[in-house]
Design a protein. Sequence first.
Length: 245
Amino acid sequence: MLPGRGLVQDRAVSAPAPLPMPVAVPRKLIVLGDSGVYGWGDPEEGGWCERLRRHWMGLPAAPVLYPLGVRGDGLERVAARLQSEVGCRGELRRQRPHGVLLAVGLNDTARVGRPDGRPQLEPEGFLFGLEQLLQRARASAPVLVLGLTPVLEEAMPYAEVLWYGLEQVRRYEALLEEACLEADVPFLPLLDHLLADPRWPQWLCDDGLHLNSDGHRQVYERVRQWPALLAWAGLEPLQLTTALR
């Protein structure tokens, strides 16, 4: 054998080291809102958003969900924290969330001091602020918007100073839908769907404002079957007996 020949042959037949497989980056959805997103009133399972987070955790390739609800938040306070919440939820360097779900507006409907007092945020200001928020949010990621839940007027005032009413809730949900139609953003109405069931008062806490565990379950079932959300998440649509908008 010539010197070094065996070494050359060994090098010739050695297989190259396998390249590392790329790590799949899951889609991320941040949910911005108030106490409904936080899950207040549902000590059993943490609210509709937490239920959805747990449900998705059990599905292969489902998105990562960040519930970011703050009690008492209205449109202006959600808008104020939009960029900071989006900016720090990318998980990996230079990554950002792939979607934003907004669930806000109920606190803005409350009248202060008496049933005919001024709203927390006037309808005109609410619509203008919402249009601005949608524009800013869409610059970061695709956006979806959730409607409002009913209130029990007989239980008012909330915290002895805030008066919530169904007429106001209906008006502000219509503003949500109007802004979403104008911006071509998917919108899921909740109010009429929940009011259509005569049991709806039983889905609220004693304060007449917050959903209880049964109420959160109702919203969760509607949200997890929302075709627009399923399409964004890349999940197979469920077989439904009635179509959801």
